[in-house]
Design a binder for this molecule. Structure first.
Ligand code: FMN
Length: 414
């Protein structure tokens, strides 16, 4: 029986261990995690989600308070159209976040950045161009385009000197989405370097509607491979979502995937950005504790633990400080839901908003515990300590377990 280490992901002459750790915003897939994966010869992702906030936490900048100060006069208004990001600041924050990770990189692996189109930031094109350009300027090895169709994203950077040298990939959940992306970008004569096919069991936002359970990753991977064959395209396909063991991963590689993208098992590693207390929630979770709901203002279903404190919370929208999900007109579905509740319950101080959540605030505070469907199996990957808690793992240990294990075995920590 084959194991992951019998395979290599090839980009030209470069050979990598075919394990990619997916991007997990907001700073759940930290630079430390990505660096460790690069050191081990795979591909790690950082994420540029809420990069100004991440920079404040990590590098002691004051981007958020400066933005809030600038727009404080607007806090009580439900019209957020004037709350714009300063592009120079966004560029500075992205460059520093990406640049520091790249400077610290050791080993033969790569570091990519996960770039979600749904972070529309009240000026979708300009902010996305700034984010992509700044990441390329700062030397990122590759960019994974996610959470959206990204039909215009390549064109935003086609004049960048690194447009043809950096690795650029796209996450899709259907051959149809891939076909649209390729058609739209045909005139640029620049194919993606890799295609991540993300199935319905993944963490974060899903590229499916609420009928996600009808889909299955192996079938989607087959469909995408068949589509590429008929188009005579040779692009590495990366399988993602619910791949829990080294044997699961090896099965996808034997099926024709060039690599796997995994995330959930790394949420309980030391290098992951979740606070330790929340890592324990992930360990403890049972299958019944996990749900896919529609509270994300992005409109995509999202998987999370039912116990996430952000579910049902009715905090006032924080767009003056954050505002990452404001669309091109300055709207966000949470603002509408919040205003509706305010109108229905005049004078009530602590509101509950059930149908949407202020995702910026709650992701920033680690109060939405997004997770993959296999989270309930994490307890089987560790040991219980005398105090009843689970032993946090190291990224190296989980990476090596994926790389070398066979027969559905999972190596427990020493
Ligand atoms: C906690 C968590 C946060 C995630 N956040 C993002 C994200 O910000 N952007 C994204 O494209 N994918 C995100 N994902 C999806 C992962 O990158 C990855 O493709 C997927 O979860 C792999 O499946 P697995 O978790 O079952 O291994 C997230 C996944 C998890 C578990």
């Amino acid at each position: 029986m084959k194991r992951v280490d019998d395979f290599r992901l090839r980009f030209g002459k470069q050979e990598l261990v075919p394990i990619i750790i997916g991007g997990m915003g907001v700073d759940i897939s930290t630079a430390e995690l990505a660096l460790e994966v690069a050191r081990l010869g795979g591909i790690g992702h950082i994420s540029d989600a809420m990069v100004q906030t991440v920079s404040d936490t990590r590098f002691d900048t004051k981007f958020v308070s400066a933005k809030l100060k600038q727009y404080k006069h607007n806090v009580a208004s439900s019209d957020k159209s004037s709350v714009q990001f300063c592009l120079a600041t966004l560029e500075e924050a992205t460059r520093s976040h990406v640049g520091r990770a790249m400077e610290a990189k050791r080993g033969d692996g790569l570091i990519f950045v996960n770039c979600m189109e749904k972070l529309t930031m009240n000026s979708p094109r300009d902010t996305l161009r700034t984010r992509l350009t700044a990441a390329l300027d700062a030397g990122i090895d590759g960019i994974t385009l996610s959470a959206g169709l990204h039909l215009g994203s390549f064109a935003l950077i086609e004049d960048h000197p690194r447009f043809r040298d950096a690795k650029l990939g796209i996450i899709v959940s259907s051959p149809r989405a891939l076909a649209m992306f390729l058609r739209k970008n045909a005139k640029l004569q620049r194919l993606p370097d890799y295609i991540v096919v993300e199935g319905p069991l993944a963490g974060g936002h899903l590229g499916f509607s609420m009928d996600w359970a009808q889909y299955d990753l192996a079938t989607l991977v087959d469909e995408v491979l068949a589509f590429l064959k008929t188009e005579h395209l040779d692009i590495p396909v990366i399988a993602a979502g619910g791949i829990f063991t080294g044997s699961d991963a090896a099965a996808f590689l034997e099926q024709g995937a060039a690599a796997v993208q995994v995330a959930t098992r790394f949420t309980v590693t030391r290098e992951c950005g979740l606070p330790d207390k929340i890592k324990q929630e992930y360990f403890k979770a049972s299958e019944d504790d996990i749900e896919v709901n529609t509270i994300s203002p992005t409109g995509y279903p999202m998987r999370m633990l039912k116990g996430s404190p952000g579910i049902g919370d009715g905090i006032r929208p924080n767009c003056e400080a954050y505002g990452y999900l404001l669309d091109a007109k300055g709207n966000c579905a949470y603002i509408d839901a919040y205003n509706r509740e305010v109108a229905l319950h005049p004078g009530v101080k602590k509101l509950s908003v059930k149908d949407k959540t202020c995702l910026c605030t709650h992701m920033r505070n680690f109060d939405i515990w997004t997770c993959g469907q296999t989270t309930y199996r994490l307890k089987d990957t560790s040991r219980r300590l005398p105090d009843g808690s689970y032993q946090v793992l190291t990224a190296e240990q989980v990476f090596h377990d994926y790389q070398f294990s066979t027969d559905q075995k999972i190596a427990l920590p020493d």
